[in-house]
Design a protein around this ligand. Structure first.
Ligand SMILES: Cc1cc2nc3c(=O)[nH]c(=O)nc-3n(C[C@H](O)[C@H](O)[C@H](O)COP(=O)(O)OP(=O)(O)OC[C@H]3O[C@@H](n4cnc5c(N)ncnc54)[C@H](O)[C@@H]3O)c2cc1C
Length: 463
């Protein structure tokens, strides 16, 4: 913990989740004078790993995808402090529930022809996908885009469960231009998902591109080890936890940042301020920002999630031979899906045991967040006993974690939100508004944005 508060500093970084930690990592590498403030008592933000009675479990994100070179680079930089763990190959098998039965999502052409997940009509229709014309509405919803290019059954049994798995979201609301820009750009740049994906495979890859393996990852021993390694490498003495009443005010070209720590109010003058929290914290932290402008950012909706961790010393249910199972909305079940964590990563459960993570709620089932713990347990017992063929629901570990602001939903208002953020940053040079309100929600996106935020500060210093 920081012993003395300096009078002035180059950069104040608000938040020590993965975005803040990634920014801190790169600021430290460049030798910038900075400090990190967080209201939590420890680093990691929503990333939190726990160890109990032979189980190692996550109560925030469980797995990431190596979808940016920055996340890969960070693990390289952290060698000796933490180790990348990619998931067991079996993770490629992903189950989707249809009519109460788990069906593997097909990965090859033969499996695609045989799968009962999609209708025969849509399988034939898919052959015409490369020849369909481009969409013209940049605010078309994901449902609209998928129905137009692929058909209703692909929307219901591939895209809807995928979106539940990533966003706990609703394809009728999410806008691909903001929520899935890579998919959106495939259609815009190449005119087709299939054609674009094939052409991209043959494009020359840079060294950075080669690092984007899209493998499922964690850190050995859990994701908190990644957070702690970043915290250690960036310099623990630069972090101050358990702060409250954070408030930023512009002062000429600088910023006056004040907060309370252990009952004392502290004030520092900073050249730069980086914010990496949620939109719901903006008005208290930046009281000088105009309400009418802020509303264009704070109208961002977040999915509420209940995450339930289940540990079994002796697993007696179905074979856990995959990544897990996702449940399309059409199936009308009370859980969103279940991850087979002890299959994916080493040493997460006792031998012969199992560790599962169950997700409930999401944007379509907000009422579920009102359930009491007893009611949550009843639902999980009913659903898991049935879906996982478990004769006797008697977990040795049972934990409930609730999130009111779990995953931001990048819907139609996102364009205005991004423009407003840019406008504020232009109006107050030196203030950077990051976090998952923009630039993507996944951990790989967070690492990428963290590096970008740090580079913006470093470039300003060099100007
Ligand atoms: C339940 C859940 C499951 C997820 N699953 C996955 C997954 O499987 N794969 C994946 O890639 N991503 C997943 N995500 C998304 C991913 O985890 C997040 O996008 C990412 O970790 C967010 O990091 P962050 O640093 O931007 O924000 P956070 O982790 O929220 O950190 C922000 C930090 O800022 C601090 N802070 C904010 N405002 C203030 C203030 N005013 N004063 C003091 N401190 C402040 C907070 O205390 C917090 O520590 C999941 C998220 C959740 C919640």
């Amino acid at each position: 913990m920081l012993m003395n508060t300096p009078e002035s500093i180059d950069t104040i970084l608000i938040g020590s989740g993965l975005t803040g930690l990634s920014a801190a990592h790169y600021l430290n590498k460049a030798g910038v004078d900075f400090m990190v403030l967080d209201r939590n008592p420890q680093p990691g933000g929503v990333i939190q790993t726990h160890t109990e009675n032979g189980f190692v479990y996550e109560t925030g994100p469980n797995t990431g995808v190596i979808g940016s070179s920055e996340i890969a680079e960070m693990f390289e930089d952290l060698q000796g402090l933490c180790e990348l763990e990619t998931a067991n190959e079996i993770a490629q098998k992903r189950y989707i529930l249809k009519n109460g039965q788990w069906e593997p999502l097909p990965s090859g052409i033969m499996a695609g022809i045989k799968t009962p997940l999609f209708t025969l009509k849509d399988k034939f229709r898919l052959l015409g996908e490369p020849f369909r014309s481009r969409g013209k509405d940049p605010h078309e919803t994901l449902s609209g885009l998928v129905k137009r290019r692929m058909g209703q059954s692909f929307l219901d049994y591939a895209i809807d469960p995928f979106i539940i798995g990533v966003y706990a979201g609703d394809p009728d609301i999410l806008v691909p231009k903001y929520a899935l820009p890579k998919l959106y750009n495939l259609e815009q740049d190449y005119g087709s998902f299939i054609g674009g994906a094939i052409k991209k495979q043959f494009q020359k890859k840079t060294e950075a591109d080669k690092k984007i393996t899209r493998k499922v990852f964690s850190a050995k021993g859990g994701l908190s080890n990644l957070a702690h390694a970043l915290y250690t490498k960036a310099g623990k003495e630069k972090f101050l936890f358990s702060i409250s009443d954070l408030s930023v005010q512009p002062e000429g070209e600088l910023f006056q940042v004040s907060w309370t720590s252990e009952g004392t109010t502290h004030t520092v003058i900073a050249h730069h301020v980086i914010f990496t929290g949620g939109t719901f914290d903006l008005s208290d932290s930046f009281p000088f920002l105009e309400k009418s402008e802020l509303e264009k950012i704070t109208n961002l909706k977040y999915a509420k999630i209940i995450e339930v961790t289940l540990g079994f010393n002796h697993w007696k249910g179905m074979e856990l031979d995959g990544f897990g199972g996702l449940i399309p909305s059409r199936e009308k079940r009370d859980i969103l899906g279940v991850l087979f964590m002890s299959t994916l990563f080493e040493n997460r459960a006792p031998e012969k045991g199992a560790l599962l993570t169950v997700f409930m709620g999401g944007i379509r089932n907000e009422k579920i967040s009102e359930l009491t713990d007893e009611q949550v347990k009843e639902v999980v017992k009913r659903e898991i006993s049935d879906l996982m063929q478990l004769p006797d629901f008697n977990p040795d570990l049972f934990k409930i974690t609730r999130y009111h602001h779990a995953i931001p939903q990048y819907e139609v208002s996102s364009g205005v939100r991004f423009e407003t953020i840019q406008m504020i940053e232009k109006q107050y040079p030196g203030l950077l508004l990051g976090g998952n309100m923009r630039d993507g929600i996944g951990m790989a996106d967070r690492a990428k944005q963290g590096k970008m935020l740090a580079e913006q500060i470093i470039n300003r210093q060099n100007d």
